[in-house]
Design a protein around this ligand. Structure first.
Ligand code: ADP
Ligand code: GLC
Length: 500
């Protein structure tokens, strides 16, 4: 019998195997208040596909839905020293596995019995001192020694300090420490005595080059920046911006001092969750071939469900955001009266500062049938807005990366953004002359410039739909996945642990 040549499957080089423990305060779908939750979910999954052992450690908050709580498996418990009170604190470990990632939830009713992950600094400082220490103690307890411990934002910023002090002679103390800044505005600054009491870190870290903020306060993020081996932030532009006075939030000098260890890696999105071709929440699914036809059905469904006039000819401009000073809402407030006309509808989804919530409610009343203020946090409505709107506003004052512009491109909605941080790195400005680009952009933080960008968008939408539609297709085909960036993270981990 003649032998049939068997074609060998091409092996893709995924690089050397490494292990990493992610430590942070939120992770979708368990708990999410913003983009940190998305990144803590999607990046580990992408790393697992790149020959990495990945563990994610987050608190077991009471607000984690019951359907996940039920599936968690008890992995053990122990008692741990925490602060100067000499008391032993309970640490329970509950485990859940999915998509090649192991999730460990730190269980302690005293700290995590609130509904929300964040309450106020008086409670959050002890809570996250406890969490950072308990996460490392749990790794030792489980005898799982990662090559890298990767902690996120101020809530886990004490991890590098604990690693090199209380844990330095333990197994986990051998790991490299990476700290990612998702938002420099939040630093965990509080009365020095309180932080010293709860963290029980040695007195020598409370000096001006490490934890000390001023004569009264300590700064947890500043301490983490000092002690980590590598400091990353979520876009290249933001990595540069945070070293300037305008964006440095008071830490610019400290960051410039540590600049040799700063690296900007742009975020991606989970393209399985954010996929209009399979998204069950939509009125009609679509891909880049069917978008022009099928997006209409989503627009109609959105207008109907939000009580807007159902009219395909109007441009629907969306905004999905935490309603805070970061997000450029003052500019939006300023321009609403000038952009609202018989051809325009605006949909805002968000919660936050009362003054923005009230302003948007006022506009809803003023422009009945054409303005919707959906004051809530609602994932399902967010999916429908991404799919049903024509354009999405992200005019942020500062934006470390921003995910809503990435999701909107994936859903064929054109982003209108300010050129800052990750918005600058991910949205190439539309160029009318050669018909290239992904969205409409403006540079200085001025309402006149946002107004102009929205008008440029409206002009193209109403006067040159062919070019608009081409941009929709171009945006849907743009790679906004984690693939490239996860590789960059992996390269960094390997560089930090060259021992194998
Ligand atoms: P940030 O982390 O600063 O809030 P990002 O753009 O990085 O901003 O991430 C925001 C994430 O939160 C996105 O996934 C967005 O869809 C989601 N989001 C923001 N506000 C809401 C809301 N009101 N309802 C549902 N999802 C929201
Ligand atoms: C922060 C930033 C946002 C970023 C997100 C995830 O919340 O505000 O720009 O996309 O973290 O990294």
């Amino acid at each position: 019998m003649q032998e049939v040549p068997v074609e060998k499957p091409q092996s893709i080089d995924l690089g050397p195997r490494r292990s990493v423990a992610f430590i942070g305060s939120e992770c979708y779908p368990f708990v999410k208040t913003g983009g940190l939750g998305d990144v803590m979910s999607a990046l580990p999954k992408s790393l697992a596909k790149l020959n990495m052992d990945v563990k994610v450690i987050i608190p077991r908050y009471k607000c984690i839905p019951q359907k996940f709580q039920e599936k968690m498996e008890y992995k053990g418990s122990f008692y741990m020293d925490l602060c100067a009170d000499g008391k032993q604190y309970y640490v329970g470990i509950m485990e859940y596995q999915e998509d090649g990632v192991v999730y460990d939830f730190i269980d302690n009713d005293e700290f995590f019995s609130w509904g929300n992950p964040y309450t106020n600094l008086i409670d959050d400082i002890p809570k996250f001192c406890y969490f950072s220490k308990a996460a490392l103690a749990a790794l030792n307890y489980l005898n799982w020694t990662p090559d890298i411990v990767h902690c996120h934002d101020w809530q886990a910023a004490l991890v590098p300090l604990y690693l090199r002090t209380s844990f330095k002679d333990t197994n986990v103390g051998r790991a490299g420490a990476v700290l990612t800044i998702h938002n420099l505005r939040f630093q965990g600054i509080y009365d020095r005595k309180t932080i010293q009491y709860w963290s029980d870190l040695p007195g020598y870290v409370f000096n001006k080059d490490c934890m000390t903020q001023n004569w009264l306060d300590a700064n947890m993020l500043k301490g983490g920046i000092t002690y980590c081996n590598k400091l990353t932030t979520v876009s290249n532009t933001y990595a540069g911006e945070i070293q300037t006075e305008e964006y440095g939030e008071g830490l610019e000098e400290h960051l410039r001092y540590h600049s040799s260890k700063i690296l900007g890696i742009v975020n991606g999105i989970d393209t399985d969750i954010w996929n209009p071709a399979t998204d069950k929440l939509l009125a009609a699914q679509y891909d880049s071939q069917s978008v022009i036809k099928n997006k209409k059905a989503n627009k109609k469904a959105l207008q109907e469900s939000l009580g807007l006039e159902v009219d395909d000819h109007k441009i629907v401009i969306g905004l999905i955001s935490r309603l805070t000073n970061q997000k450029g809402l003052d500019l939006v407030n300023d321009v609403i009266p000038s952009i609202m006309d018989e051809h325009t509808q605006v949909v805002v989804l968000g919660t936050g500062d009362a003054m923005y919530e009230d302003a948007f409610r006022y506009y809803e009343n003023k422009y009945k049938g054409n303005f919707c203020a959906y004051i809530a946090y609602n994932e399902n409505v967010a999916h429908n807005i991404y799919a049903g709107c024509d354009a999405l506003l992200v005019p942020s004052r500062f934006e470390p990366c921003g995910l809503t512009q990435l999701i909107s491109m994936r859903y064929g909605s054109i982003p209108i953004v300010r050129e800052t941080g990750g918005l600058k790195d991910t949205v190439q400005p539309y160029n009318l002359f050669d018909n290239t680009g992904n969205g409409f952009t403006f540079d200085r933080y001025e309402s006149g410039l946002l107004y102009d960008a929205i008008n440029r968008a409206k002009t193209l939408y109403f006067e040159n739909r062919k070019y608009w539609d081409e941009m929709v297709v171009r945006d849907m085909n743009k790679d906004v996945s984690w693939q490239q960036s996860a590789k960059q993270y992996k390269d960094m981990y390997v560089e930090l642990t060259p021992k194998y």
